[in-house]
Design a protein around this ligand. Sequence first.
Ligand code: EPZ
Length: 444
Amino acid sequence: MLAFSIIPLMSKYIIHGGKSLAGDVVINGAKNAALGIVAASIMSDEMVTIENLPDVWDINVLLDAIKEMGAIVDRVDRHTVKIVGSMCSSVVDNENMRKMRGSYYLLGALLGKYKRAQVPLPGGCNIGSRPVEQHIKGFKQLGARVEITYGGILSAEADALKGSHIFFDIVSVGATINVMLAASLSPGLTILENVAKEPHIVDVANFLNSMGANIKGAGTDVIKIRGVEKLHGSTYSIIPDQIEAGTFMVAAAATKGDVLIKNIIPKHMEAISAKLSEIGAEVIENDDSIRVVAKGRLSSAQIKTFAYPGFPTDMQPQMTTLLALSQGTSTVTENIFDNRFKYVDELARMGADIRVEGNIAIITGVEKLTGASICSPDLRAGAALVIAGMVANGYTVVEQVEYIERGYEEFEVKLKSLGATIEKVDDDVDEVLYARKMALSEVS
Ligand code: EPZ
């Protein structure tokens, strides 16, 4: 049995900036599709094989949780798992479920299958308030009674579920996927409106349809679901991760490199490709890869995050970091989350000139950043701070990299293969001594 990281070790990255990234990097499966798909897999009593699974903390924890619930989980290799959910209970009490966001998909899956579910309220990145009232609204309209019981347990129960016409008050990725899961086994027609259209929504719908569900319109403004009696087994390969791909595209541009990002769907990258081209990077699209080349200093831009196909909020920190070094003044408006600029203070310690006013960051481009010891506040901000360290003069230490490992597989290994000088060390390692050792090995 392969052992997979579900206990995040406290580690840090030590980065020596100034290297331009060059070469090829292969993108893994989409974490935010995989979370919905792993949860959906237990809705069948037959075997489900999931391929192109990302080997990241959030996925490994979710697999551990469904195994504790009674599912058979056979991790064939890092990127392939076979699951049989026939023996799954409807109660989730895995402590790690409170530390991640995607755990709540078990609620929709179990409610659809067993008409009852108990799941801890989700955690997730600290990027602002993370309410779930849209999820609850959808479950109630399908006929469930939903309450938050002692200890922050979300409990849902229904004598019977029935299709319903649900208009979400807010465009929510999580609520769209969660209610789609429950509705796929709710008799009758469910119409979901004002839904999220991200690629991972479409991937979860395609997976459910591969199990015999009847879902139409995922990726558009209206999703129609005709509930079916049961779902059968399936073999399914997860789409590439749009945000991992975008992170490497921005890293290539920021370090004035030349990187071929492989195993992606260029259509999913359009908002990011357009912005990088707009500020002067060369973006060359192929069938399943994109090459990003940047030579001189890039220009400024105005970014506004929106639900797909708008500029993704999960790329906001990475783009802000890139614009911190661009020529001129840029603005980044965060329209999705109410507290997703915490990392700006860390960039300021490296010499970035960024002023945050409400949900807008005003960025005056500087010539250079200087290495510092900084802390990763959440998953995507952590990746952005690594990009800052790779372009800064001198050494940068990024702490709490376990956040980054929640959503990026072998992040430092991939960056190293592209020429970055980056090492992952335990928290208690003396970073000054280690940096000296890195410097000596670079000159020898
Ligand atoms: C998903 O979070 C992603 N996480 C996030 O990615 C991503 O940033 C986000 O979608 C937006 O694209 C996963 O898929 C596991 P939302 P989710 O519901 O579903 C508000 C990453 O880096 N809202 O679309 O929690 C909410 O507060 C992570 O991989 C309500 O008000 O996001 C937010 O302001 C970080 N009520 C907005 O909607 C609700 O019931 C969008 O949230 C639900 C959401």
